[in-house]
Design a protein around this ligand. Structure first.
Ligand code: AMP
Ligand code: MG
Length: 337
């Protein structure tokens, strides 16, 4: 299939493809999404196919207004009303009991649905023009780092999808927070993201945090939790303060003949880069907003270099730092050195 590039002022063309049941990728404030009409079974199946996404990992539906969201939830509990009022449009997905004419594969057969209203003019306009909620997972091949630019999307999906709407680099750089409110007495963060636990608790009070599947036999609440994620070609290792430290970690890797990629803040790169290392900056020392924006881009960057291993810098687990560490740990299969 030929993948066509669509300028942001030609969204009617993208909407017309979506209405015909085709798959089109578009920018959101988090990462690029791979969109399909969420009410069209055939269209939604194409999303799973293009991404090679496991069929039991449900998709988030994207709406252009709070009213549109109501049509797909059996009920909207008060806590959900408060979350929508506080964070929509924005990077917070809520999981509610589903209703309405959604394709069964969108929710992977669950009786709940993840819904969010993205904070991006192109995404909102495209949903409005299509007149349907858009099922839209991150527009990467399953298992790869999520795309923060149209070029990343093309790298993974060119020839497999009908269109790519070009909209520059994304702002947040990490995916939305997934907040399960299907049982409002037990609000649970299934995935940390662009809106922090602290921010959510300021609005609805205490929430539980569920990041990892405990035992193999346990059924994961966010089905996505059990799969390999965000992994570039090279192995990733997180250089923690309590571990080897940068100097030693680089020495050992180079001693084994590795070409080291440094995914780190400027000051770390200034201190430890040498003629043999390859660097990608996360930004100024400790700037977690910038680190979040650049993480996926950085992980992808090394694929086109000689690097054979990536040494990555952790951040403090506060605010969006929690989401950054969640993604980095998954890309590194939790390898700290
Ligand atoms: P992605 O679309 O790649 O950003 O991933 C969406 C994430 O939301 C995955 O981790 C899904 O498992 C999770 N998700 C989507 N819908 C639901 C749902 N109804 N219940 C629980 N988790 C969901
Ligand atoms: Mg994804």
């Amino acid at each position: 299939m030929e993948t066509i590039w669509i300028e942001k002022d030609a969204l009617a063309e993208a909407a017309s493809l979506l209405k015909k049941g085709e798959v089109v990728t578009f920018p959101t404030e988090t990462v690029y999404g791979l969109g399909a009409d969420a009410t069209n079974e055939t269209a939604v199946k194409k999303v799973y196919e293009a991404k090679n996404r496991p069929a039991d990992n449900p998709l988030i539906i994207h709406v252009a207004s709070i009213d549109q969201a109501r049509a797909y939830a059996q009920e909207v509990p008060e806590k959900a009303e408060k979350i929508m009022a506080a964070f929509w449009p924005g990077p917070c997905t809520i999981v509610l009991k589903k209703q309405g004419p959604l394709a069964a594969t969108v929710t992977a057969g669950l009786d709940t649905v993840g819904i969010r209203m993205p904070n991006h003019p192109i995404a909102l306009e495209l949903i409005r023009l299509t007149g349907k909620p858009l099922a839209a997972p991150s527009a990467n091949s399953s298992g790869k780092p999520s795309p923060t630019s149209a070029a990343h999307v093309a790298h993974d999906l060119n020839g497999k999808i009908a269109g790519i709407v070009e909209g520059g680099e994304t702002g947040v750089g990490l995916e939305s927070t997934v907040l399960d409110l299907s049982d409002p007495s037990q609000p649970t963060i299934l995935r940390p993201g662009g809106v922090s636990q602290e921010e959510i608790e300021a609005v609805i009070g205490p929430v539980r945090f569920k990041t990892n599947v405990g035992h193999q036999s346990e059924i994961p609440t966010a089905p996505g939790m059990k799969y390999t994620h965000y992994a570039p070609v090279e192995p990733v290792m997180i250089v923690s303060e309590k571990g080897l430290g940068w100097k030693k970690a680089i020495e050992i890797a180079q001693g084994k003949g590795e070409v080291v990629g440094l995914l780190a803040f400027d000051h770390t790169i200034r201190q430890y880069a040498d003629e043999q290392t390859i660097s990608f900056s996360l930004g100024e020392n400790g700037d977690v907003i910038s680190a979040s924006q650049r993480l996926f881009k950085g992980l992808r960057y090394f694929e086109d270099t000689e690097a054979t291993i990536i040494l990555a810098e952790p951040v403090e687990r506060a605010g969006i730092g929690e989401a950054y560490m969640n993604r980095l740990e998954k890309s590194a299969a939790s390898t700290f050195i």
